[in-house]
Design a protein around this ligand. Structure first.
Ligand code: ZN
Length: 356
């Protein structure tokens, strides 16, 4: 692999024992090299009309071809064909706005296929603990928005086995969730005491369809949505005045993506679209949100203080994430309206206004 050779030539073995998710951020000069590589890649990749691109790719019966959902540009820039055990898909870049998405994509009415069976997450102690630590760190990054849940209604969209709802309950939120996997919903309802989860679409559940939520959370869900504009218009409607929407998703500006290309860990089997801070702003602006704030993601072990890196290397990692907006995950807080900005903006959060 090119990245391994590059690392070997430039750095010898000095950084071999640092986990790969951190190495790219701490090796001197690597961020600039990877950014130059990325610019070259996006400049050189051919730009094709959709009609020509269609000729290039076979279409499975549960798939469809898309134009860019963020700006409507039908042109395609093929970038990567990531794959793994028994799966492969094609990732294109929109030459108009830079949005990355899978094309062909999954037809929304067939999305259930991906989650119908065998998709429920394994709740081994470690997995659950790591997930919950990630949720806690993200809430902390946006403190004080999630500190106190009393008298606030929360919807966790794509609630899985209820690991987040369990934390929300503990903080006093009046919480409910919705998910496509029946096994996960059953598992969640077993572990929860006051929160409830439902299987299906939000419109089918009266408690959810009525709206009035103070908080909606999307934990690793955004990349799975085949019709993000429809979903976000719905989320906007479901939010009460002053409400906020929290997103955790893989970051298409990640320096790791620039370094590892098709082998990036954000290209997982069921991911459909890959957002950057720019394209998530477009999505929120198009769907009626008033503002957005970001919290850099430095990695869970760095933020929890359990990483085995020296202090100078931690400092270097943080600096490189900040300079490039290039953390591997993206943490986004969207504000429904001016009231929400007034209530939660200020403090350490920088709110960018979105004018549709
Ligand atoms: Zn576009």
């Amino acid at each position: 692999m090119a990245h391994r050779l590059l690392g070997r030539l430039a750095y010898g073995s000095r950084y071999d024992r640092i986990p790969w998710g951190q190495r790219v951020y701490v090796r001197p000069g690597e961020r600039l090299v990877r950014e130059a590589q990325w610019r070259r890649l996006t400049r050189r990749a051919p730009v094709m009309e959709l009609a020509d691109y269609r000729q290039l790719r076979p279409l499975k019966e549960n798939e469809e071809f898309l134009s860019c959902m963020m700006c409507g540009d039908p042109r395609q820039q093929p970038l990567f064909s990531p794959g793994g055990n028994g799966w492969r898909y094609h990732v294109v870049r929109c030459p108009g706005c830079g949005f990355l998405y899978r094309n062909p994509n999954i037809r929304p009415e067939r999305l259930g296929d991906l989650y119908a069976t065998g998709y429920h997450t394994f709740l081994t102690g470690n997995y659950a603990a790591n997930r919950q630590r990630r949720y806690e760190l993200t809430m902390k990054a946006f403190s004080p928005v999630f500190d106190e849940g009393k008298e606030r209604r929360l919807l966790d969209f794509g609630s899985g086995a209820g690991l987040f709802l369990e934390l929300a309950e503990r903080r006093g939120f009046d919480a409910c969730g919705v998910d496509l996997s029946p096994e996960s919903v059953a598992q969640a309802n077993e572990r929860l005491s006051t929160a409830r989860t439902y299987c299906g679409a939000p419109d089918e559940v009266p408690e959810i369809a009525g709206g009035g939520f103070d908080v909606i959370t999307l934990w690793s869900v955004l990349a799975h949505l085949p019709r993000p504009l429809d979903d976000f218009r719905r989320f906007r409607r479901l939010l009460a005045p002053g409400g906020v929407l929290l997103i955790l998703t893989v970051n298409a500006r990640s320096t790791l993506l620039k370094a590892y290309g098709p082998a990036w860990n954000g290209f997982t089997k069921n991911h459909l679209m890959f957002y950057s801070p720019e394209t998530v702003r477009t999505l929120l602006g198009l769907t009626g949100f008033a503002g957005v704030a970001f919290a850099h993601h430095y990695g869970d072990t760095i933020e929890a203080g359990t990483a085995r890196l020296s202090v100078p290397l931690v400092r270097r990692l943080r600096r490189n994430v900040e300079l490039s907006d290039g953390g591997n995950m993206m943490r986004v807080l969207a504000f429904a309206d001016e009231e929400a900005i007034g209530r939660w903006g200020g403090g350490p959060l920088t709110v960018h206004r979105l004018n549709a």
